[in-house]
Write a new protein. Structure first.
Lengths: 475, 491
């Protein structure tokens, strides 16, 4: 029997407002435990919440970008459950009148566009964090009250690849909007998934399981793949799926049952009487609509058109708004788009990946970067040296010109200096010289390599190649 | 003739004396301490006196500056209004030892106005759950007019200290009548402001959509004076309303000629005590003599007020009280280190099981039930709809009438223990006061006579949203033309 997976995703996005959703405490990540708390976010008796207008604006911004209908009349509700990291033992959330409804996201998988509908998005407060130490548990409430936007998709996703594409695109849009840093490691983006299987060709929904505890997009993909396997094996064997919540075990690469439907909680939602229902004016919505920044798709198309990049290249450079903006900043100082693109998408991107930082983490201004690109484009240094200089710029924060100057890295093109090196190399590699003369043209590449090595990468490779050919009697 | 002691004066009278430098704030406190020493053993209206080392100014907060509005006049505070650094326990074991790190907005305002906040708080029904102040972990407060009887509740302590001259005035809170009914039982003036008029920040919530803080005073002028100081928009309370606060003391001296009073017929049917009924009608007659016009009106949904209230109020209470779990503050039942996770559940269960009193548990269970999946629509949602109908009843009457006059309570103060076995009977003692909370309108109770046994009877005046001025105007005119407010309990 063949099955189709039916997947819906719930993404929880930390909105990067300066203060918390219902009080004035800072939302700064990584501070001393319980240093960013007040009676309101600690849920002390007598304290009252006041909505952070910026959090609401950010929620509306995301809603508009996801093509949602923004509700004019909305309110907050209380969701009750007992846990020590939840100071009031209820969470301020939105139940039946969420801020946004009925949007969609057009994702691309294998070159095909697919529309994933978004059911709703609502604003809520985050809980604190439990820290377990041997036989005691501690609570850090710094995170309690940080605004979260929960974005719920319709079950329109049919594969782990589509889920991955949806999350990647969602993250990219939110990052472009500048309302969240979407960093899964800091917990500023979290995702749960609902998945069920139906027989291929059928429609509707099977019995679903809810997957939690996935700490990266890859984990989401892996958990879904595991779950598809698990459920189809069960169904093929005549088994029955029980509705339950399952946890992804990243070490064991499997999902584990956490609680069944019978144990499902009754959250006893009801309108929060401390926060009156309110209306969002059409003016506010259209003001936010008009101030939306350029989103990834638009930017991609524009960059392709404007700078003659291929679709693939444009997609690569717009994968992060920071990178795309950086790219355009560089072009202000140096119009050679292809050269800048090749440099950023090659050596720079690989530095970013290996260091696990974004472009701002390199602390190199676009002007400084362009200076470097110009140096090797204009032949002052070789490509090889340029990569080395980049590494030194990142480490020392010095300008490219200084590094080149201080380390004598300028390209050697004058025949006199090169001749000395070449003489030495030919002397030391008589076998290769013989090979070349015997017709093995590969040997020339070896000799060239030796010259480069001896010159510490500074020799102008084109000049060296020409000189070698002349010396050995060109082939 | 023996000179009247300072503790028995109203605040506005003391202001005059302080102005002329005849007395100091310390003189007032001394007379209160002396009085409390005489009567507190019989009344039990202040709590944790011994813990605080006696009723004294030691540790009292507030500037008491001579040039300020209140010039250091002390005020007694109900145990559910947060006072920075001083125990605020809602008379519940579960908040044992809780010292809020902040002042309620009303306390901040009073301190700024130069009031002295008494560090010892007044007794109340646990979390304001009750109409008799019998549900307190510190034992019941007794009625100054008859120590065998209750002072009403839940602000029974605040009403009793004011009536017994152990305080000049006090703050209470009113969710379903908790200021007005004890004011009525104790023969003092109690005002529940319009919902949204006074900040709730720092009031430990019972039912957030109904709660209001208000004054309990010896006369109407003090009520107006205190309202001037505590009313007003507070950005820390999203439900407080940003509209201008008038000077209530100015409305006191307007006469009531031509004022149109509605008398709701539903408030004079079965269940009302015969003497109460007669006394209230006499008061209505007096208002007519003073120039008001009255007419019978109908508030047709009155009969649903009690059930609607007990659904909405308990639903909100069950949620508001969820935070008392032993994790951060207050009482925590010691739990043996046991199996993983189990110790947490055990701590919750034992802390809440031991920390809450009987009535608190009853209301938490009731409120949890009406919010439960499958019951929400039938109870909570329906109650919200009927609440709207009750509001509309008032809106309709207020189109034609300036205010509504009713008895505050169907009976005078009842005996201690009389209703504790029968919660429903107890709930019905709020039958005349609950509707004003559901509708959000302001209401005031003032003394309008005494029964043959010498128990006070209260007259309730209800006005339009944010029209406390009419309450003050009608009440003050009545008061100035009667002698009831001058009568003191014989203790």
């Amino acid at each position: 029997m063949e099955y189709t997976a039916v997947i819906g995703l719930e993404a929880h996005v930390h909105l990067n407002t300066r203060s918390k959703a219902f009080c004035g405490c800072s939302t700064q990540f990584g501070s001393e435990p319980n240093s960013q708390v007040c009676p309101v976010c600690l849920g002390f008796p007598g304290s009252l919440p006041v909505l952070n207008r910026t959090a609401l604006e950010y929620a509306i911004t995301v809603a508009v970008a996801l093509n949602c209908r923004v509700q004019e009349f909305t309110k907050f509700d209380r969701k009750h459950y007992y846990y020590p990291d939840l100071p009031k033992n209820y969470q301020i959330s939105q139940y039946d009148l969420p801020v946004a409804l009925e949007g969609f996201l057009d994702i691309q998988v294998d070159g095909k566009v697919k529309r994933i509908r978004i059911r709703r998005a609502h604003l809520e407060e985050d809980a604190g964090k439990l820290i377990h130490r041997q036989d005691i548990s501690l609570v850090d409430f710094n995170r309690a009250g940080v605004p979260l936007l929960e974005i719920v998709s319709e079950p329109d996703i049919n594969s782990p690849q589509e889920a991955y594409a949806y999350l990647t695109f969602l993250k990219s849009i939110i990052e472009y909007l500048g309302v969240s840093d979407c960093d899964m490691e800091k917990g500023s983006l979290r995702c749960d998934a609902n998945i069920s299987l139906i027989e291929k060709g059928q429609s509707g929904l099977g019995t679903k399981s809810e997957l939690k505890n996935m700490n990266s997009f890859k984990a989401v993909k892996d958990a879904l793949s595991f779950e598809i396997e698990r459920q189809s094996e069960l169904l093929s064997g005549g088994g029955v799926i029980t509705q339950e919540t399952r946890l992804w075990d990243a070490k064991g690469l499997r999902t584990i049952s956490m609680r069944s439907k019978e144990e499902a909680k009754d959250y006893r939602y009801f309108p929060d009487p401390d926060l009156s229902p309110f209306t969002i004016s059409q003016d506010t919505i259209s003001r936010i609509k008009q101030s939306l920044p350029e989103l990834p798709r638009e930017k991609q198309k524009r960059l392709a058109d404007q700078y003659g990049l291929s679709d693939y290249d444009a997609e690569l450079i717009t994968s992060s708004r920071q990178l795309a903006d950086y790219f355009e900043e560089c072009l202000k100082g140096y119009a050679n788009a292809k050269a800048v693109f090749n440099w950023l998408s090659g050596p720079v991107l690989s530095e970013l990946n290996s260091r696990g930082v974004s472009i701002s983490g390199l602390n190199i201004s676009p002007e400084q970067m362009v200076e470097l690109v110009k140096f090797f484009q204009e032949g002052k240094i070789t490509n090889l040296v340029a990569k080395d200089v980049l590494g030194q710029m990142i480490q020392s924060g010095k300008a490219a010109a200084d590094i080149i100057e201080q380390n004598g890295l300028a390209q050697i093109s004058d025949a006199g200096s090169l001749k000395k090196i070449i003489d030495q190399v030919l002397e030391e590699n008589t076998k290769s010289v013989g090979d070349y003369k015997a017709g093995k043209s590969n040997a020339l590449m070896f000799l060239l390599g030796q010259v480069m090595k001896k010159s510490q990468g500074k020799a102008n490779p084109k000049t060296v190649a020409d000189m070698l050919k002349t010396r050995l009697g060109g082939s | 003739m023996q000179e009247q002691k300072l503790n028995s004066f109203s605040a506005h009278a003391l202001l005059g004396k302080l102005d002329k430098k005849e007395i100091t704030p310390q003189d007032i406190v001394s007379s209160l301490i002396e009085r409390a020493g005489q009567v507190e053993q019989r009344i039990n209206a202040y709590v944790r006196i011994e813990e605080a080392g006696g009723l004294s100014l030691a540790g009292a907060s507030g500037s008491g500056r001579g040039e300020s509005k209140l010039k250091g006049i002390p005020i007694a505070i109900k145990d559910n209004i947060c006072t920075e650094g001083y125990n605020t326990e809602c008379c519940s074991k579960i908040l044992r030892g809780f010292k809020p790190p902040y002042d309620a907005t009303v306390i901040k305002k009073l301190k700024q106005a130069g009031a002295v906040i008494l560090p010892v708080k007044t007794n109340m029904d646990e979390f304001a759950f009750g109409s008799s102040t019998e549900n307190s972990c510190f034992g019941p407060t007794r009625n100054p007019y008859d120590p065998e009887r209750v002072p009403g509740g839940s602000s029974g302590g605040s009403a009793a200290v004011t009536a017994a001259d152990e305080a000049i005035w006090a703050l209470g809170s009113d969710t379903g009548g908790s200021i007005r009914q004890p004011a009525c039982f104790c023969g003092v003036v109690g005002c529940k402001p319009t919902y949204g008029r006074v900040s709730r920040y720092g009031l430990i919530a019972f039912a957030s959509s109904l709660d209001q803080i208000g004054p309990i005073t010896k006369d109407v002028q003090d009520s107006a004076l205190l309202m001037n100081l505590i009313a007003g928009y507070d950005p820390s309370d999203s439900t407080s309303v940003n509209i201008e606060v008038p000077d209530y003391t100015k409305s006191l001296f307007k006469d009531i000629k031509g004022i149109k009073i509605g008398i709701p017929k539903e408030y004079f049917v079965e269940g009302i005590d015969g003497q109460v009924k007669d006394i209230v009608w006499q008061a209505i007659g007096k208002l007519k003599d003073l120039g008001a016009e009255y007419c019978e009106v109908s508030l047709p949904h009155t009969q649903y007020a009690v059930p609607v209230y007990y659904i909405i109020a308990t639903a909100e209470a069950s949620s508001n009280l969820a935070r008392f779990d032993g994790v951060q503050y207050g009482y925590r039942h010691p739990v043996q280190k046991s199996f993983k996770g189990q110790s947490l559940i055990e701590m919750y269960n034992m802390t809440r099981g031991r920390g809450f009193g009987q009535e608190a548990k009853r209301r938490i269970i009731l409120g949890t039930f009406v919010l439960s999946h499958g019951y929400y629509d039938a109870y909570y949602l329906r109650a919200l709809k009927v609440r709207t109908l009750i509001k509309q009843d008032f809106d309709r009457v207020f189109k034609e009438y300036d205010c509504i006059v009713t008895p505050t309570s169907p009976t005078p103060a009842f005996k201690i223990g009389e209703k504790t076995k029968d919660p429903l009977k107890m709930y019905l003692s709020d039958i005349y006061t609950i509707s004003a909370n559901l509708a959000g309108v302001p209401a005031l109770s003032l003394p309008c006579g005494f029964t043959k046994k010498g128990l006070p009877v209260g007259l309730q005046i209800i006005a339009r949203h944010f029209d406390e001025e009419t309450l003050m105007r009608v009440a003050h005119t009545y008061e100035q033309n009667t002698e009831w407010h001058k009568i003191k309990p014989k203790l």
